[in-house]
Write a protein that binds this ligand. Structure first.
Ligand code: BGP
Length: 486
């Protein structure tokens, strides 16, 4: 049936990740996770070889260790989101709060209690929790002791964790996402994939020779874990919905020219973004990986029952991040950041986020991605990350006039509405970073996404006081009018 605009019950809101906002990185029994040794995922993890094994090197300043202290200030922050009228708020459960090392048999009660308090607070404010089970937060110990997802044992550790979560929060959470941007396994394996991958220049040994073969095997274990999670979620919380979460800026890959080889290059690049979609949504390995597997000499190690498990337990919906599009030329090696990939400049795109990030602004790319997904997978879509990072300072009246952000959102929502008119079933839109948090890629506070300003700078100075930017009222109005008045 034709849908002209955002449906009733559309899930408006915002999204963050535990490791970028909570802080309290060792409080109440929490163990270290992979992002705790990172001052930005695009930088080298701070690890050292002690002669026998890898260990955390915690010398220096790590912005995420305190972050915006959401762990203690969540009530104030959730109430501000409530004031904006949020219907949903996405955050992750930090796995190492629940199982500090990851391989324990009993969970950490204090960690579980924190999320009880947090979800209760959301409900008090009329906000539905949307929970990412793993957002770049694999317990570090699982990497240093077991190699992370290179090891099949991870499936059992993961299973124990998600079972604990489902049983504990079954009355409180109805929306789950499995692994955040899991396709980043191939781009930033350490944090994105939970795989022990230390670059050779960091020290000379161990896994310097990690190959795509290894990553494909890790992907297989993750696919099994994903399928088991979907199955378990349905058993324990039958009325919940569970989705995959993929970074899909890469689906908006345009060829540099209409030369057939450039068009084919763009298609190959899109295939990389489709790999996990095929596994999680169609429940099967896509035929397009066969050629690469043949060329790299990978022969998957599968158990007989694996493929049926993947086939029978596909996700309910597709959630994804979209920040920007990119342009590819045949033969070009694409570079990656947390927003997706980047290659040549697109002469038809004239607007960029400010320096030093310079992310191209391409709202139509969002419509393109939605249609692409709708054509291939026929599942409801959930935009769980879209936003713009700006370097902002309050003016002399203490206000932040972030009209660039308002324009960015307005234009993306216009295009989302077009996608709905094109026939896409869109469940919701969660703006990335409704409150300023630590940037995933570069560890900065100065890359601000929020409607809510947090007084803290890159060096950790500031009062942590929260204040409303101009876009706060703008977004509130968008939600109030269910996106009619953009
Ligand atoms: C995505 C991540 C988020 C996030 C966002 C913006 O890749 O899932 O965690 O932070 O990118 O990236 P950044 O913070 O580097 O600007």
């Amino acid at each position: 049936m034709y849908q002209d605009t955002f449906k009733e019950g559309f899930l408006w809101g915002g999204a963050v990740a535990a490791n970028q906002c909570e802080g309290a990185y060792l409080e109440d029994g929490k163990g270290l996770n992979v992002t705790d040794v990172s001052a930005g995922l695009l930088r080298m993890p701070h690890m050292r070889w002690n002669g026998t094994k890898w260990e955390a090197d915690l010398d220096g300043y790590f912005p995420s260790h305190e972050a915006i202290d959401f762990y203690h200030r969540y009530a104030e922050d959730i109430s501000l989101m409530g004031e904006m009228g949020f219907k949903a708020f996405r955050t992750s459960i930090s796995w190492a709060r629940i199982f500090p090392n990851g391989d324990e048999t009993e969970p950490n009660e204090a960690g579980l209690q924190f999320y009880d308090r947090l979800f209760d607070e959301m409900h008090k404010n009329g906000i539905e929790p949307v929970v990412t089970l793993s957002h770049y937060e694999t317990p570090l110990y699982l990497l240093t002791e077991y190699g992370g997802w290179l090891n099949e044992k991870m499936i059992d550790f993961w299973y124990r964790y998600v079972k604990t979560v489902f049983e504990r929060y079954k009355g409180k959470v109805r929306y789950f996402l499995t692994f955040n941007e899991i396709n980043n396994l191939f781009k930033i394996p350490f944090a994105g994939g939970g795989v022990l991958d230390i670059h050779p220049i960091h020290t000379e040994t161990v896994n310097a020779d990690l190959t795509r073969k290894d990553l494909y095997q890790a992907a297989h274990y993750i696919a099994i874990a994903n399928a088991k999670t979907v199955k378990l979620c349905r058993e324990i919380i039958p009325d919940a919905k569970i989705g995959c979460m993929i970074s899909l800026s890469q689906l908006a890959t345009y060829p540099t020219t209409c030369a057939p080889q450039d068009v084919l290059a763009a298609q190959r690049f899109q295939h990389q973004a489709m790999f996990f979609l095929e596994l999680f949504c169609n429940g099967a390995y896509p035929s397009f990986v066969q050629r690469e597997w043949h060329e790299i000499g990978y022969e998957p190690v599968f158990h007989a029952e694996d493929l049926a498990l993947i086939q029978n337990n596909t996700v309910d919906f597709i959630s994804f991040s979209y920040y920007k599009s990119c342009v590819i030329k045949d033969g070009e090696v694409m570079k990656t950041d947390t927003g997706g990939a980047y290659g040549a400049n697109n002469p038809f795109i004239t607007e960029y986020s400010p320096k030093p990030w310079r992310w191209p602004v391409d709202p139509a790319g969002l419509r393109y991605v939605c249609n692409f997904l709708n054509d291939h997978y026929h599942k409801p879509l959930f935009i769980v990350e879209n936003g713009i990072g700006l370097n902002e300072h309050p003016d002399s009246n203490g206000r932040i006039l972030d009209t660039f952000r308002e324009k960015y959102i307005r234009e993306h929502l216009h295009q989302l509405k077009e996608a709905i008119r094109d026939g896409c079933d869109v469940m919701g839109y969660l703006y990335w970073g409704p409150i300023d948090i630590v940037s995933a890629g570069t560890g900065e506070m100065d890359k601000r996404y929020g409607f809510i300003y947090v007084d803290k700078d890159n060096n950790g100075a500031g009062t942590m006081q929260r204040s409303r930017k101009n876009s706060f009222d703008f977004y509130k109005h968008v939600i109030e009018t269910n996106g009619k008045d953009l």
